[in-house]
Design a protein around this ligand. Structure first.
Ligand SMILES: *[C@@H]1O[C@H](CO)[C@@H](O)[C@H](O)[C@H]1NC(C)=O
Ligand SMILES: *[C@@H]1O[C@H](CO)[C@@H](O)[C@H](O)[C@H]1NC(C)=O
Ligand SMILES: *[C@@H]1O[C@H](CO)[C@@H](O)[C@H](O)[C@H]1NC(C)=O
Ligand SMILES: *[C@@H]1O[C@H](CO)[C@@H](O)[C@H](O)[C@H]1NC(C)=O
Ligand SMILES: *[C@@H]1O[C@H](CO)[C@@H](O)[C@H](O)[C@H]1NC(C)=O
Ligand SMILES: *[C@@H]1O[C@H](CO)[C@@H](O)[C@H](O)[C@H]1NC(C)=O
Length: 506
């Protein structure tokens, strides 16, 4: 058995520049271990004292019409749309390689400057994570500070195992598996002030086998998520997308379990987390140390192309997966469409990708409303008005639609803040035109059917690119009415809508 450990910075740099970076703790093994999968996990059973649930209950992935296999391709250019929206996590960094016990690796994406990390036999010690419990009902925690809800980690909040005396201490004997240099290179802080995933990685320590016991062993692959803006749909969609990408990059055979490593209270969007993935628990819901057979660290939503693309130029256009299969094009992507289908399928809707008919006799125009609701403990229950005469616009559209005689036009009242996420998704997929003032609810266009047309009404205070960009990346048609101030001229809205209806053959 060879034992190597890194002592010189020079060697460290050298290894960083090769494709695999290995800190060898136990056996020398240039090929990292295969990832334990569902059927083979029990074969890896060792003498952890915890109880095991032999029943694997994870949900299978739904069949997606636009699914393109997530195969790592080292030749994927960091400027290609696949690198931004799909599998750009092609640089594999093996940190802890072992034949039998804990292992750990990261997959770095040069385009996004972000890593999906994963490991096996990882122990979480909830007592070493400081944050509120999380999952409380909102009314019980009014006024709680955001800092109280974000985790801080003591050293050893997460641990990996190495056999008695077999590991060598690295990084000045602090038993860390990643050092500062690694974090700066592969999990850079970027513009994020409190980077919870970076702190989580920084807290991982190597523990001796004799100290490594668990009250519970979670066999199912589990995503660890640290959420920020858990009440806002746009930010939450970035988290969902990141979790989806992380699951695909690590080639999970089923949808993972989720553990929220944050202390946010219960929010309506939890419904969607549960629909998308296999199960959900808050980290503080585990009272004793818990071991995970396979954890995946989901990058912050801020590191997805959906968020980075708001400020960085990501000149990608959505295209049908079937076209890209025949004619690969690095300036196009079908990944957001694939994700939108995953989203719809997770709520049990049949995937209807029939393009909105251009001669249909009936068109559903979904008006996405902005309503007051209590979003989070520091919120006053009022949303900023962005279209001061929203009600007037809606009422006028309804009356106008009744009299419209070229085809039947239904104006749907999208009171999203008071609808289940499932009903929101249903409304989105039944719409052929989606109208709304700039607001997070419009992020749902990610799940719109091909051929849907978007009309955004933008007040002069909110000239932000979110929905024109999402439409572009998704490949759906987008129109905007830019207001002077926040009052919409009804005639202008009717004119724009009529012209869209006409273009739909109606
Ligand atoms: C998963 O388990 C099956 C059945 O034991 C095995 O054939 C397959 O090679 C395993 N895959 C991986 C990646 O370990
Ligand atoms: C634990 O498992 C290892 C490897 O399977 C074995 O060598 C060791 O004897 C076991 N220890 C105990 C206490 O069962
Ligand atoms: C596994 O599933 C079976 C059948 O549903 C059930 O009887 C058994 O109690 C389950 N075992 C555990 C540990 O949950
Ligand atoms: C295993 O954990 C239990 C309770 O968490 C503790 O009492 C015991 O000392 C631990 N064993 C070792 C060898 O650390
Ligand atoms: C964990 O969740 C269960 C089910 O919601 C709940 O009954 C239990 O009190 C929670 N435990 C802790 C420590 O939060
Ligand atoms: C799919 O949508 C099209 C257009 O709205 C509709 O004509 C068709 O019946 C739908 N198919 C299914 C299976 O729902």
């Amino acid at each position: 058995m060879n034992r190597h450990w890194l002592t010189t910075p020079l060697l460290f740099i050298f290894l960083l520049n090769t494709l695999t970076l290995s800190f060898y703790f136990l056996h020398q093994n240039p090929n990292p271990d295969p990832i334990p999968n569902f059927s083979s996990a029990s074969a890896l059973s060792n003498n952890l004292s915890g109880q095991r649930n032999p029943n694997f209950t994870a949900k299978p992935w739904p069949d997606l019409a636009s699914f393109v296999p997530w195969t790592p391709n080292p030749s994927t250019s960091p400027s290609s749309c696949e690198a931004f929206f799909g599998h750009g996590f092609t640089r594999k960094l093996d940190l802890l390689s072992s034949e039998r016990k804990s292992w750990f690796r990261c997959h770095y994406n040069e385009a996004l400057k972000s890593s999906v990390c994963e490991g096996g036999l990882i122990r979480m010690i909830p007592q070493r994570i400081h944050m509120s419990n999380g999952g409380e009902s909102l009314e019980t925690v009014i006024g709680r500070e955001e800092e109280d809800e974000l985790p801080t980690f003591e050293p050893g909040a997460f641990e990996v195992e190495a056999s008695d005396g077999a590991f060598r201490q690295i990084n000045d004997g602090d038993r860390k598996i990643v050092n500062q240099d690694f974090l700066d290179r592969f999990v850079p802080r970027g513009a994020i002030y409190i980077h919870t995933m970076r702190s989580l990685l920084d807290s991982i320590r190597v523990a001796d086998s004799k100290d490594f016991n668990c009250s519970e062993l979670v066999e199912e692959p589990t995503l660890l998520i640290t959420r920020f803006e858990y009440a806002n749909l746009f930010h939450t969609v970035t988290d969902w997308y990141s979790a989806y990408v992380a699951s695909r990059v690590t080639d999970l055979s089923h949808r993972p379990y989720l553990v929220f490593v944050d202390g946010h209270c219960k929010a309506p969007l939890e419904e969607a987390w549960k629909a998308l993935f296999s199960s959900l628990r808050y980290a503080k819901n585990f009272t004793d140390p818990v071991c995970f057979r396979h954890v995946i660290l989901s990058p912050l939503g801020y590191e997805t192309a959906l968020f980075k693309g708001l400020s960085d130029n990501i000149p990608c256009h959505g295209a049908p997966a079937s076209d890209l299969m025949l004619n690969p094009d690095s300036d196009k992507t079908a990944r957001l469409t694939e994700f939108g289908e995953f989203f719809r399928a997770s709520f049990g809707f049949p995937l209807n990708n029939t393009k909105i008919s251009h001669s249909s006799l009936q068109q559903n125009v979904l008006f996405v409303r902005r309503e007051d609701y209590l979003a989070h403990p520091r919120h006053g229950g009022k949303v900023e008005p962005r279209l001061s005469n929203e009600q007037e616009v809606f009422d006028t559209l309804k009356t106008w639609a009744k009299a419209y005689n070229k085809c039947r036009v239904n104006i749907i009242n999208g009171l999203f803040a008071h609808m289940t996420v499932r009903d929101q998704v249903r409304a989105i997929q039944e719409a052929s035109i989606i109208v709304g003032a700039h607001g997070a609810g419009l992020t749902h266009i990610i799940a719109a059917r091909p051929g849907t047309v978007i009309l955004e009404i933008i007040s002069s205070m909110y000239r932000r690119p979110h929905f024109s960009l999402i439409s572009q990346w998704r490949g759906v048609e987008y129109h905007a009415i830019n207001l002077e101030g926040s009052y919409a001229n009804i005639n202008q809205v009717l004119k724009e809508l009529s012209s869209i209806l006409k273009s739909l053959g109606c």
